[in-house]
Design a protein around this ligand. Structure first.
Ligand SMILES: C[S@@+](CC[C@H](N)C(=O)[O-])C[C@H]1O[C@@H](n2cnc3c(N)ncnc32)[C@H](O)[C@@H]1O
Length: 287
């Protein structure tokens, strides 16, 4: 079971950044994990005609997914505190001719909106917050009574390879160690249950999924982990976790695939955790 970061102070505003490469990585990652997020949103009750707030929208993929679920009669507002992300997501919405999605810059826990939302959704965002409970409390102000809140966060507790592919195992250990060093919680997924309750929300319904497969499997998530390690390599070096060159980023993915194939390993990705709850009119979160 994972532990909490020992130093919860954030040393990086957001260690993954918003370079073109990172925005592309988010979109590639989104395609792999989309079925999990779609299932969590649907099971939470996100459906036709709803007005949805997407928290930490990045390149916009969760907002686009929500837009598909709410249809033309619904509306999605994506939020991100990074102006670069908002510009990129807005451009992609235009490219895909999506007229029911818009993006605004800011932290939704602090923003104000004229009309309350029927649903609040978010993926891979609470893990970066120094106080996810406070963030949940802040955003819940925008939810109407009876509205739903659903988060998809990762938890690295279960990641590993069986039998071991040592380069893969080292790679995800470096990622987890770097997250700890910068104050990001790699175990936010399984922490969602307590965070909802502490924020005054009902205890959530939860589900866990994971990508898994062999070295030759394109959907095994090897690309996802190796891409993330390459993105994080400069921060790994700055925080003293590893010399970025030792990671040999340009051949990392290929080496993991070869090793997993040679060793007959099944590579299991991080847990993709969903948690959702429906607000009651009398929930303390609204008082
Ligand atoms: C890992 S990305 C995930 C993007 C998107 N949700 C997805 O799953 O593809 C996290 C995003 O959350 C944004 N973010 C982090 N903390 C935030 C906050 N407190 N308010 C608004 N955006 C935030 C970051 O700027 C970044 O774009």
């Amino acid at each position: 079971m994972g532990s909490q970061p020992t130093d919860t102070k954030r040393r990086y505003e957001y260690e993954l950044g918003h370079t073109d490469r990172e925005l592309r990585r988010l979109a590639t990652q989104a395609a792999l994990v989309e079925p999990f997020t779609r299932s969590y949103l649907q099971r939470a009750g996100v459906s036709q005609g709803m007005r949805v707030l997407d928290v930490g929208s990045g390149a916009g993929d969760v907002a686009f997914l929500a837009a598909d679920l709410v249809g033309p009669a619904g509306e999605v507002v994506g939020t991100d505190r990074s102006p670069t992300a908002v510009v990129a997501a807005t451009a992609r919405a235009k490219e895909h001719l999506l007229s029911n999605v818009g993006f605004v810059e800011g932290d939704p826990a602090k923003l104000t909106f004229d009309v309350p939302f029927d649903a609040i959704v978010g993926r891979y965002v609470l893990m970066f917050s120094p106080d996810p409970v406070e963030m949940l409390r802040g955003m819940t102000r925008h939810l109407r009574p009876g509205g739903v809140i659903v988060f998809h966060e990762v938890d690295w507790t279960g990641a590993g390879s069986f039998p071991p592919a040592p380069t893969y195992d080292r790679c995800f250990r470096y990622i987890v160690e770097t997250f700890h060093k910068v104050g990001t919680n790699p175990y936010m997924g399984l922490r969602l249950h307590a965070a909802f309750i502490e924020a005054g929300l009902p205890a959530p319904t939860m589900a866990v999924s994971a990508l898994a497969g062999g070295g030759s499997d394109g959907l095994s998530g090897i690309d996802l982990i190796s891409d993330l390690a390459v993105t994080m390599a400069p921060v790994m070096e700055q925080t003293g976790v590893i010399n970025a060159l030792d990671l040999q980023p340009e051949s990392l993915q290929e080496r993991i695939r070869e090793e997993a194939t040679t060793n007959g390993s099944v590579v299991v990705g991080r847990y993709e955790v969903g948690a959702w709850a429906r607000l009651t009119g009398s929930s303390p979160a609204r008082q």
